[in-house]
Design a protein around this ligand. Structure first.
Ligand code: UDP
Length: 344
């Protein structure tokens, strides 16, 4: 297999100053790859970037900026992370989501084709599956997103597939399940939009965390998700890029990766109650939660089937829920030092 280190080109990470993008930028840089970041700093911060990595503050939908970056930095691969990702916000502002996640991506792709970029890795989401049923969700499960965020990610996949086919660009789309944790405390999630940070936030404010419904058709009645450690997710991007650079299957020696949609998860589900119990283990004391009404639009269970990514990339997640929660807590305390005393 060709190693991506053999490629003399630069890997551009869009959104590389955000929670997920910064992890990927760090993982690439520390493995010796040449990385550059384009980020508009709308949610990211420049202090998250690895030292010495070229950084351009700008919008992926701005063709002049993107073309200059691609040309000046000799970009041969793009990892496209920059996007809006809050479901509720997407329902309230659908056109804004389409503009940010679809129109801007079309501009980025156009610039990539014009500049002769070879490879494109797209950050997609399990939100493309929508309410998709119980059991494990394979990439062949019909994508039926139920909100503008999920729709914008699915359209992004279609855009990419069509453009790649016509332009000879190799590509893959990674559908992230529930990303959590931190590779180092400084890279912790600054947002309070997902279960683990929301529980930490409630505890820090002296309140009981909320469980959105305990009457779901699951063993303990709370919703089940597939939580994947962000350090594992970052590794998956490196494997995918290497496999694209090699022009065929990755270290798993499986099928051709070009053109594939791949789930990124662990294949194991954890319930909301199990996550709260894991938080209790990390804090060294039980965490009492209050059960409130179901949240509209939540599926009961979303767990990835992960055979395809294991087969074509040779990648499987290696970190468990306790690793995620413990590292997320360290990241939370780095941002909220007043919370440190909650752990015994
Ligand atoms: N959840 C919860 N309480 C919270 C936040 C989330 O019970 O304060 C539940 C939510 O209903 C879902 C799971 O935790 O079942 C994961 O939610 P999150 O928003 O993190 O990710 P999603 O799977 O919705 O993308």
């Amino acid at each position: 297999m060709t190693d991506a280190n053999d490629d003399s080109g630069t890997i551009l990470v869009t959104g590389g100053a955000g929670y997920i993008g910064a992890h990927i930028s760090h993982a690439l840089a520390s493995s010796g790859r040449r990385v550059a970041v384009l980020d508009d700093l709308s949610t990211g911060t420049a202090d998250r970037l690895p030292d010495g990595v070229p950084f351009v503050e700008g919008d992926v939908g701005d063709a002049r900026v993107v073309s200059a970056v691609l040309g000046d930095l000799g970009v041969t691969s793009v990892i496209h992370i920059a996007a809006k990702k809050q479901v509720g916000e997407s329902v309230a502002r659908p056109l804004w989501y389409y503009r940010q996640n679809v129109t801007a991506m079309a501009t980025l792709l156009e610039c990539c084709v014009d500049a002769g970029v070879d490879r494109f890795l797209f950050s997609s989401s399990a939100a493309t599956y929508g309410m998709a049923t119980d059991g494990l969700i394979s990439e062949d499960t019909p994508a039926q997103p139920i909100n503008p965020y999920g729709e914008s990610k699915l359209i992004g996949e279609w855009l990419l597939a069509d453009v790649a086919r016509s332009a000879g660009l190799s590509y893959a789309a990674l559908r992230y399940f529930n990303v959590a944790g931190a590779a180092t405390p400084e890279l912790g999630d600054p947002g309070v939009f997902n279960l683990i940070p929301m529980v930490f936030d409630a505890l820090t404010r002296g309140e009981a965390p909320r469980i959105f419904g305990a009457d779901w058709p699951t063993p303990d009645g709370t919703c089940i998700r597939d939580y994947v450690h962000i350090a594992d997710l970052a590794d998956a991007h490196i494997c995918a890029l290497d496999a694209l650079a090699a022009g065929s299957g990755g270290s798993g020696g499986g099928a051709e990766v070009n053109g594939l949609v791949l789930n990124v998860g662990t294949g194991e589900g954890s319930s909301v109650q199990e996550v709260i119990d894991a938080i209790g283990r990390v804090l060294g004391r039980p965490v009492g939660a209050q059960v409130v009404a179901r949240r509209p639009g939540d599926p009961a269970a979303l767990v990835a089937k992960v055979d395809r990514i294991a087969d074509v990339l040779g990648w499987t997640a290696s970190r468990n829920l306790d690793d995620m929660v413990a590292s997320a807590w360290e990241g939370w305390v780095a941002l909220h030092p007043e919370a440190a005393s909650l752990a015994t």
